[in-house]
Every structure is written in structure tokens, then in C-alpha cells.
Design a protein around this ligand. Structure first.
Ligand SMILES: NC(=O)c1ccc[n+]([C@@H]2O[C@H](COP(=O)([O-])OP(=O)(O)OC[C@H]3O[C@@H](n4cnc5c(N)ncnc54)[C@H](OP(=O)(O)O)[C@@H]3O)[C@@H](O)[C@H]2O)c1
Ligand SMILES: *[C@@H]1O[C@H](CO)[C@@H](O)[C@H](O)[C@H]1NC(C)=O
Length: 377
């Protein structure tokens, strides 16, 4: 049996779903001759680690208990040390402990760091882990959108890193691009709707519904972040665009990308409360959007909020696109990507499907972990 030791960073919606997938896939993985051994789980303040990481992981009952504690909103630090089978470290101690485990396991049994946090701070540990020979699997976009130097370090051993879920959640976006690139089929243009929220909003305003009404509906359906400005500002799309652009070889940083925000700076979270934004700010944007929808429609086009990667240029914002194109036909909250390369020059390669959700995201992470199993024995 091949064993893949793991440290999970982040135990929120995605991290917990990953734990559940790992536990429920035990017999499937055993049939494939693989064992996923979770040796540690971190939240923002603490880490719980198995006492002897060389021989065993946290058992399934305890992993389930971790999920229960975290979904009740508590910190990992409230877990007891459970008959000496595990240990808990907090704050600076926890970082030290994690690096210590990496230095013991990295070059012996191997170790995979799985980043399901939403933090920009994990990059330091991840880069140390890379130096110690560990593998990295990410759902967290932030390490990959950190400054170019950090990024290059992180991806310096391409066989040791997977990050499928950072773009399009479980959709095979990164894999498909890597296959094209590896076969010498240069990708020269990608245009994609990579936000479920903005995909939904832009397709709903097409039929004349006011922007404010659509955003409010999207919020009620649970498609948006608690503050919809986090989606409407476009930064999440910009991070995904940067990950794709870097994959294609562009040496860009996040602030090189032009990002169109759907609300003006004076309605930003630092200037206007969420209540005011929802009750009056939003509706003041209706007319402007409606105008643009009509202009586009008179030319047989629709508006989509997209990222465009063209050679080494990359921008994010609203574009007019033909109604009768894969992106133009988009309805609802799916992600859609059109990829143009030599082989796919007239008709693009199209990748479409749910691009968010704890379940699909965690499934993408799990598939990434299994994809590096050959590095373990
Ligand atoms: N949900 C989706 O549909 C989706 C899709 C694609 C990608 N993603 C990405 O997946 C990641 C996880 O998303 P989520 O919805 O699960 O987020 P979440 O619910 O906010 O959970 C984040 C978790 O990370 C922990 N954390 C914060 N800082 C940390 C640090 N420095 N080290 C270790 N752990 C830390 C948090 O700890 P506390 O519990 O102590 O706060 C929390 O447990 C995000 O980066 C997100 O962008 C999500
Ligand atoms: C993801 O998990 C979080 C935390 O458990 C939950 O609040 C959220 O509704 C889930 N999202 C989806 C789309 O299931």
C-alpha cells in the first residue's frame, strides 16, 4: 500500500468537505492501493498533529470530530489531546511544529501540504515546504497570486504541485491547459467567465431586469459573498486570470492586471456601509448597466464579465460578446472558458460547468492528491 502523508491547512467549507471525502473514499482508495494519512490539520491559530507522524495519522473518528468542532464555529484549540494520540500547538508554536514535521517527512516518506485556507500568509510555510522536498496541493489562490518571486519558488518543481481547484473549482481547467502546452499546442487566447456570481448577474440583466434586483436575488440564492462587493469588484476573477496567465508563461503580478469594478470607488467597503450599498448604492447603478445592455443588444451582442488573456496581456471586466457564442449562451452560475490554440483556432475548446461549491472544489483537491501518488511509496 502506497501512503500519502498530508497536512491540511484550512478547515472551513472546503477543508471539511475534503476530510469527509477522504474518510468516505477509504475503501475505494484501498482498492487502488493508496492510503491518505492525514498527519495534521490547521486552522488560523492552531494545528492538531498525530503524536507519531512517521507511523500513523489522525484516525477517522477524530477527523470527523475535527469537522464537527470546526462547523460549530470553534477553534481547533478546544480539542483535547485525546489520550496522547495527538498534540495541539498554537500560534507561533504551530508554525514551528509544521515546519518540523516537513523537515522530518519531506525527504523520507514524503509529505503533501494541502492549502484549503483563504489566507495570503501560507506562502511562507509553503515555500519552506518546497525546499524540504514536500508536495503542494492548493485550493487557495493567494499563494499563486503572490509576487512573481514567491510564485516561481512555489512552482519550481512542477511535478510536486497541483492547483486544479484554484480556477473553476473541480472543472478540469489547469489540466486541460497543461496538456495543450505540453504537446506543443500554444494557447494564444483564453476568454472566460470565472465567477458564478457575475455569470449569473450578467445573464439575468440581459432580459431587462434591473441590476440591483438581480444582485439582490443572487445574494438570496447564496451565490454571492456576504458582502456582494467582494464579487462585484472583480478581484477574485483577477486572481484566477493571473493564475491562468502565469500558466501560459506571462510574468505578471496582480497589479499589472486591469480590473473593472462594477461599483465605483466611492461605494467601496471603506466608504459605504453594506446596508447603504444594498439599499441605495446598488440601484444607482441600474441605469448605467441597462444602457450598456441595450447598446450591446442592438448589435446582437450580450454583456459578460470575463477575463481575457491574450498573449502576455490580461484584463478583467465587462465585454460585449456575440449572443451565439459559448460565453454568450451562458445562463445561470456556470463557469465557461473558451480556449484558443493552434489546434483549437476557429472553434475554441470549451470548458463549462459549476465553478464553485465546497463539494466540487474538495473533489478537485482530492483528485490532485491522487494525481501525485507516484511520488510516494
Ligand atoms: N468554496 C468554493 O466554492 C471555492 C471554490 C474554489 C476555491 N476556493 C478556495 O478554497 C479556499 C477555502 O475556501 P473555504 O470556503 O473553505 O474558506 P473558509 O470557509 O473561509 O475556510 C478557511 C479556513 O482556513 C483557515 N485559515 C485561515 N488562515 C489560515 C492559516 N494562516 N493557516 C491555516 N489555516 C488558515 C481558517 O481558520 P479559522 O477556522 O480559524 O478561521 C478556516 O478554517 C479559499 O482559498 C477559496 O478561495 C473555494
Ligand atoms: C460551504 O460550506 C460553508 C461552511 O460549512 C457553508 O456555509 C456554505 O453554505 C457551503 N457552500 C455551499 C455552496 O454548499
Amino acid at each position: 500500500m502506497k501512503t500519502i502523508p498530508l497536512i491540511l491547512m484550512g478547515c472551513g467549507g472546503v477543508g471539511r468537505q475534503l476530510i469527509q471525502h477522504i474518510v468516505s473514499c477509504r475503501s475505494l482508495h484501498a482498492k487502488q492501493g493508496v492510503l491518505l494519512r492525514v498527519v495534521g490539520v490547521c486552522d488560523s491559530k492552531s494545528v492538531v498533529v498525530a503524536s507519531d507522524v512517521f507511523t500513523r495519522g489522525l484516525d477517522d473518528a477524530f477527523l470527523t470530530e475535527i469537522c464537527r468542532v470546526k462547523s460549530s464555529g470553534s477553534s481547533l484549540s478546544i480539542l483535547g489531546s485525546k489520550g496522547g494520540e495527538c498534540q495541539i500547538f498554537s500560534n507561533l508554536e504551530s508554525v514551528k511544529k509544521v515546519v518540523d514535521i516537513a523537515s522530518h517527512l519531506g525527504r523520507t516518506t514524503g509529505l503533501t501540504f494541502v492549502d484549503c485556507s483563504a489566507s495570503s500568509e501560507t506562502i511562507e510555510i509553503l515555500n519552506q515546504a518546497v525546499d524540504l522536498g514536500c508536495c503542494i496541493v492548493l485550493a487557495n489562490k493567494k499563494p499563486l497570486t503572490s509576487p512573481m518571486e514567491d510564485y516561481e519558488k512555489l512552482v519550481s518543481h512542477p511535478r510536486h504541485i497541483r492547483h486544479e481547484s484554484t480556477v473553476g473549482a473541480g472543472l478540469p481547467v489547469i489540466t486541460s491547459l497543461n496538456r495543450l502546452l505540453a504537446s506543443g499546442d500554444p494557447v494564444h487566447r483564453i476568454i472566460g467567465s470565472l465567477s458564478g456570481t457575475l455569470g449569473y448577474v450578467m445573464s439575468e440583466v440581459e432580459d431587462g431586469k434591473p441590476f440591483s434586483q438581480v444582485v439582490t436575488e443572487a445574494k438570496c440564492l447564496g451565490y454571492t459573498e456576504p458582502d456582494p462587493r467582494d464579487d462585484l469588484g472583480g478581484m477574485d476573477v483577477a486572481r484566477k486570470a493571473l493564475i491562468l496567465a502565469r500558466l501560459l508563461g506571462a510574468r505578471l503580478n496582480l497589479d499589472d492586471i486591469k480590473v473593472e469594478s462594477l461599483y465605483p470607488a466611492e461605494m467601496g467597503p471603506d466608504k459605504m456601509s453594506l446596508e447603504d450599498f444594498l439599499s441605495s448604492g446598488l440601484s444607482s447603478l441600474d441605469e448605467g448597466i441597462d444602457e450598456r445592455v441595450k447598446v450591446a443588444s442592438s448589435k446582437g451582442n450580450v454583456l459578460r464579465y470575463v477575463c481575457v488573456i491574450d498573449g502576455s496581456r490580461c484584463h478583467v471586466g465587462i465585454q460585449e460578446l456575440p449572443k451565439d457564442s459559448p460565453l454568450g449562451r451562458l445562463k445561470g452560475s456556470d463557469n465557461v472558458l473558451e480556449v484558443y490554440s493552434r489546434c483549437y483556432s476557429k472553434q475554441p475548446l470549451v470548458i463549462q460547468g459549476a465553478g464553485a461549491g465546497n463539494d466540487t472544489t474538495a473533489a478537485g483537491v482530492l483528485a490532485d492528491i491522487l494525481d501525485i501518488q507516484d511520488l510516494f511509496s
